[in-house]
Ligand binder design. Structure first.
Ligand code: CP
Length: 337
């Protein structure tokens, strides 16, 4: 694997292999046996925007795998101050690091960065796609789905903002349906996928045998749902629109006790977090024993571990390493250093 920018570039088989590897790494880590496959490797992490889960999960994943991660915030490095270009930053990071992840606003900036960077690149979120989140959600769904059901038997009801700039809702529409999952987007007019994103969702459903259904009827969508999902009702920079959004979404497009009770007894609640409690979802649902939000957050680390080890597969060279160590030691002993 070179880059992980858009799951559309990968086959279902590859994505399922990554999910299986994530589960394997989780099981080893839980018994204190995480394999140190990335000793001596460094991950550069460029974040144009704040992050809790993505930043922590990548950093701890690298540590557990024996490597190291560097948090590179534009404005704290020269990039973002207007002093050093994206091109020069990409070239320099490539000389120091073995792999880089980036969170940038515009998806086109991610594609531009990919053109210049000489090491593997992971998309840590753009305004339209969040591939690390959807890959990790696939792992969580496999962990939490009813045992007797295949992926293609599942129904997911996404209730809330599902517009083009709700990057997880958008990415799931192109992703879950590929595995034959029936996906509802339950949202008010003006907050739905359009244009190329809608087309990609419809194509994915057609190719994977899933269904992509847009509706305003939350009760109908949730009736047979295995998972109900929502995302933040407003994001950084949209605070001035919060009251308007609340008036549009609450209560009909909010995940609350009334709608949750309409779902089957096994239905679980998902949210990529951060959540605005009592906006898109109420405390009652967030803290319910069928809420799996913190499993989702934790699984980010394991699916990122799977990405990192599959993208950085290298041949171990223990004899060459021992030789290099001896040569350097002899040099140091023979000189006045
Ligand atoms: N879900 C997610 O990407 O969270 P952060 O914004 O905290 O990284």
């Amino acid at each position: 694997m070179n880059n992980f920018i858009d799951p559309i570039d990968f086959t279902n088989e590859q994505l399922l292999d990554l999910a299986e590897l994530s589960l394997m790494l989780k099981s080893f880590d839980k018994v204190g046996a995480c394999p140190e496959l990335l000793k001596g490797k460094s991950l550069g992490m460029i974040f144009e925007e704040s992050s809790t889960r993505t930043r922590i999960s990548f950093e701890v994943a690298m540590t557990k795998l024996g490597g190291h991660a560097l948090y590179l915030r534009p404005g704290e490095i020269h990039m973002g101050t207007g002093y050093e270009s994206l091109y020069d930053t990409a070239k320099v990071v490539s000389r120091f690091c073995d792999i880089v992840c980036a969170r940038v606003h515009e998806h086109d900036d991610m594609l531009e960065f990919a053109k210049h960077v000489d090491i593997p690149l992971i998309n840590a979120m753009t305004w339209t796609l969040h591939p690390c989140q959807v890959l990790s959600d696939l792992m969580t769904i496999l962990e939490h789905k009813p045992k007797e059901k295949e992926l293609s038997d599942l129904t997911v009801a996404w209730i809330g903002d599902t517009s083009d700039y709700e990057c997880v809702a958008n990415n799931h529409a192109q992703f879950l349906t590929r595995f034959g999952i029936k996906l509802y987007h339950v949202s008010p007019e003006g907050f739905r996928l359009t244009g190329e994103n809608l087309e990609r969702a419809q194509n994915a459903a057609e190719a994977g045998g899933g269904q992509f259904i847009v509706t305003e009827d939350a009760e109908a969508a949730i009736r047979d749902a295995d998972f109900v999902y929502t995302g933040t009702l407003w994001y950084h920079g949209q605070e001035d629109d919060a009251e308007r959004r609340k008036s549009i979404f609450i209560p009909n497009f909010q995940v609350n006790e009334a709608v949750f009770r309409k779902g089957p007894d096994h239905m679980k609640f998902m949210h990529y977090l951060p959540a605005i409690r009592n906006a898109e979802v109420t405390d009652w649902v967030m803290d319910h024993d069928r809420s799996i939000i913190f499993d989702q957050a934790e699984n980010r680390m394991y699916s990122e571990m799977a990405l990192l080890v599959s993208m950085l597969q290298t041949e171990e060279k223990p004899r060459m390493k021992a030789h290099a160590e001896n040569v350097v030691k002899e040099f140091l002993m023979s000189r006045n250093l």
